[in-house]
Structures are given as structure tokens and as C-alpha cells.
Ligand binder design. Structure first.
Ligand code: GLU
Length: 421
């Protein structure tokens, strides 16, 4: 049978699997299988050559039982509504598992920022916010950065929203530059939070991270910051990294500062120097202790899951492992920690940013990191505890299903308390 790779169908299947095991109420299940609101917008933008181009954008608000929608905006030439729907569902489970007072949402614009000027990028970003007037807001839905969207883009967006509303609504967007009241620690929060989870997972798996070999697929904001955090927190050896064009491998370890400098200079990773070149496929299958997919969806599938050698797969990307692959990894004894646990650090520090904006009172980095660590460690422990409890009752469920059970249970209990079913 051909494997299902439609992200939204995958998200629904993951929910269905959890619903069956946890015996979720049928009405709650019905509500949780579909997004509550789906917005499709077309944004006309005057390009540098004088012509006008129409950009197609989306915002999906999956569920707002536990609080306003929350989630990033992706800019990608292959963006599509179904993926954004899946990502908005995953945001709902992410905020619930972290136990922060939000629902889940996600946005996307079909565009290729690499082929646009700064002025065109700013025009698309401001246009997207104007198109969503009335549907986003500090207590309605709060966007943030994701694939190809930066703090600078968030700065333009918060400015556009504030101009429309006639006051400085800093809490409408998170992941902003510090100059417009972003939070300390937000920029590398996803990578750092992921490493806090890895630290806990390594204890469980009795893996010495000082001696561990790590491969990271994707060297964007998340992958790069994860590499720095792994080095700084554990002195771990990063043996392989990659970007969309391919990767590099060195048994001795990659010099992360040098690789970051190569990227910052606008060069390809292959220009790093005398190391082995690997494809993205080879990187996933390399002989490492920890594999960190930090790029796009559907990277570990039915056809390559069996060749994964890592002991821990740490999903920093959203949706990198398909349900079939998830089961294969689990049966091989690999601890595959799901995206909405591992990459939750971004939205957790987004929450801190929103709280600081609302209070008008700002925290030091140390305070942010301590609070983040508490949430990431607790979420990991909750997941492992749930998995253990099910195992004791004869059900050998994956780490992902365990995380689903916790997250779905919280959302459905809130819906029940609000009288939605
Ligand atoms: N885009 C990030 C994610 O997928 C962060 C979302 C946020 O900060 O709201 O979790």
C-alpha cells in the first residue's frame, strides 16, 4: 500500500489512534478532527519591477477551547492549506502538552523569500496582517515565526497591526526583535528547549551525551541553535549537519561556528572545507546516537525507518516522522520523541513574551531559561509516565501516542467544562 503523506490526514490518523486507546468521547473526537476556522486570503503586492503579484496565504485556527489561537507563519513556495491545517492541529497538542493557556493555530504564505527583495517581503508580511484584520489579536490568535519567517518580519507585522488598531499592540505577535519588546531567549528557544528534552531522555536511555554522536538535518534557525545548545550544554559532538541542498559529515565533529559562518556568508554548507559530503537521506541513516530532524515534514517514512541507527530521534521539525515509521522506530527500541513535545520550547517562550508584553514588565534571560526548563522537563516526565502506565496495563504505545493522550485529554476536558459537548 502506498503510504499516506498528506500531513492533515496523518494528523487525523494520529488523533484517531490516540482516541481509540484512551477511549475518547465520540463527540469530543468529532470536534477535534477538524479545524474550527480556516481562512484563505489573497494578498496583492506591488513588486519591484512595477507589476502586481497576488500571494496566496492561509491561517487555520484549529481549536481555541483552552485559549486564543497560537502558532507560527511559514513562508514557502510549496506551502499548502492541508499542511497548515495539520500544523495547526499539532500546535493545539503542543500548547496543551506544555500546559500553557492557548489553543492552536498556524499560518502560511506561498512565496519564496529567497527570490524576493526585502521591500517585497515587507509588503507581503504587512499585507498578510491586513488581510487577517479582525481574525487575529492579542486575545484571539497570536502569530509567531516559523519556516523562513524571522524576528524582523514579526517586527513589521506587529507594526502593521498596531497601526490598524491605533495603539501599540505588542502582544499580538511573538518572536519579535528585542527592540519591539520581544523576549530574551526567544530566538533560540526551540533549539534550547529541545536540548533540555534530550538531556532528560539521555538519562532515561543511559546515554552519555558528552560522548554521543549527533546528526542534525536542517541548519536553519532551529537546527543551528540546537547545535549550539548541544555543544554548550553537554559538549556533544555534532558529526553531521545539512540544509535543503545536502549535508556534511565528519567523525571528528563539525565546527559549528565555522558552519554557521559559512551559512551567514550566504554560501553552501559544502563550502565548509575538507569533510565528507552526504545527502539528506544518508544523513538520516548515519551511525549516530541521536538523530535530530530539524527541517520539513515526512523525512522518516515507511521505506527508510528500518535503516535509522540512532537510539534517540528528537523531532525538532514539525511532522518529520510518518505514523508507519513511528511504529517501526518504536518496535526497534528507538525512542522517537514527538515534535509537539520536543519543539515546544519556541511556543513556551512565546508565551513568556506575551505575558511580559501584557504586564509591561521584562525578565532576564536566566529567568526565561529556568521557567522553560521546568516546562520542558515536566512535559517529558508526563509523557514517560503515561507510556509507563499504559505499558503496565498491557498496551505498548509509542511516545507520540502517549503525548497525544495527555494533550487531547486536557483539551477535551476543557471543552466539556465549557459545555461544548
Ligand atoms: N512556529 C513555532 C512552532 O511551531 C512557534 C510557535 C509560536 O511561537 O507561537 O511551535
Amino acid at each position: 500500500m502506498v503510504e499516506e503523506l498528506d500531513s492533515f490526514k496523518i494528523a487525523q490518523r494520529q488523533l484517531d489512534d490516540a482516541a481509540e486507546i484512551m477511549k475518547l468521547d465520540k463527540q469530543a473526537h468529532q470536534i477535534l478532527r477538524e479545524p474550527m476556522r480556516t481562512l484563505v486570503v489573497n494578498i496583492p503586492v506591488r513588486m519591484d519591477n512595477g507589476s502586481t503579484r497576488l500571494f496566496n496565504g492561509f491561517r487555520v485556527q484549529y481549536n481555541n477551547a483552552r485559549g486564543p489561537g497560537k502558532g507560527g507563519i511559514r513562508y514557502h513556495p510549496e506551502e499548502n492549506l492541508n499542511t497548515v491545517k495539520a500544523l495547526s492541529a499539532w500546535m493545539t497538542w503542543k500548547t496543551s502538552l506544555a500546559d500553557i493557556p492557548y489553543g492552536g493555530a498556524k499560518g502560511g504564505v506561498i512565496c519564496d523569500p529567497k527570490k524576493m527583495s526585502i521591500r517585497e517581503l515587507e509588503a507581503v508580511s504587512r499585507g498578510y496582517i491586513r488581510a487577517l484584520k479582525g481574525y487575529i489579536g492579542p486575545d484571539i490568535d497570536i502569530p509567531a515565526p516559523d519556516v523562513n519567517t524571522t524576528p524582523q518580519i514579526m517586527g513589521w507585522m506587529v507594526d502593521e497591526y498596531s497601526k490598524m488598531e491605533g495603539y501599540d499592540a505588542f502582544s499580538v505577535i511573538t518572536g519579535k526583535p528585542l527592540e519591539v519588546w520581544g523576549s530574551e531567549g526567544r530566538n533560540d528557544a526551540t533549539g534550547v528547549g529541545g536540548m533540555m528534552v534530550l538531556r532528560e531522555a539521555a538519562k532515561t536511555m543511559k546515554l552519555d551525551l558528552k560522548k554521543a554522536k549527533i546528526a542534525i538535518q536542517g541548519f536553519g534557525n532551529v537546527g543551528m541553535n540546537a547545535a549550539f545548545a548541544a555543544r554548550n550544554m553537554f559538549g556533544a559532538k555534532i558529526v553531521a549537519i545539512s540544509d535543503s541542498k545536502g549535508g556534511i559529515y565528519s567523525d571528528k565533529g563539525i565546527d559549528i561556528d565555522k558552519a554557521a559562518a559559512v551559512k551567514a556568508a550566504g554560501k553552501e554548507l559544502q563550502e565548509y572545507g575538507k569533510v565528507e559530503e552526504v545527502t539528506n537521506k544518508e544523513l538520516l541513516e548515519s551511525d549516530v546516537d541521536v538523530l535530530i530532524p530539524a527541517a520539513m515534514e515526512n523525512q522518516i517514512k515507511k521505506d527508510n525507518a528500518d535503516r535509522i541507527k540512532a537510539k534517540i530521534v528528537l523531532e525538532l521539525a514539525n511532522g518529520p516522522v510518518t505514523p508507519d515509521a513511528d511504529r517501526i522506530l518504536h518496535d526497534k527500541g528507538i525512542l522517537d520523541l514527538p515534535d509537539f513535545l520536543v519543539n515546544g520550547g519556541g511556543v513556551v517562550v512565546s508565551y513568556f513574551e506575551w505575558v511580559q508584553n501584557k504586564a509591561g514588565y521584562y525578565w532576564e534571560l536566566k529567568e526565561v531559561e529556568e521557567k522553560l526548563d521546568k516546562i520542558m522537563s515536566r512535559s517529558f516526565r508526563d509523557l514517560m509516565q503515561t507510556r509507563k502506565e499504559y505499558k503496565e496495563n498491557g498496551k505498548d504505545i509509542t511516545a507520540r501516542t502517549s503525548a497525544y493522550i495527555i494533550a487531547v485529554d486536557r483539551v477535551s476536558k476543557t471543552m466539556k467544562a465549557r459545555g461544548w459537548y
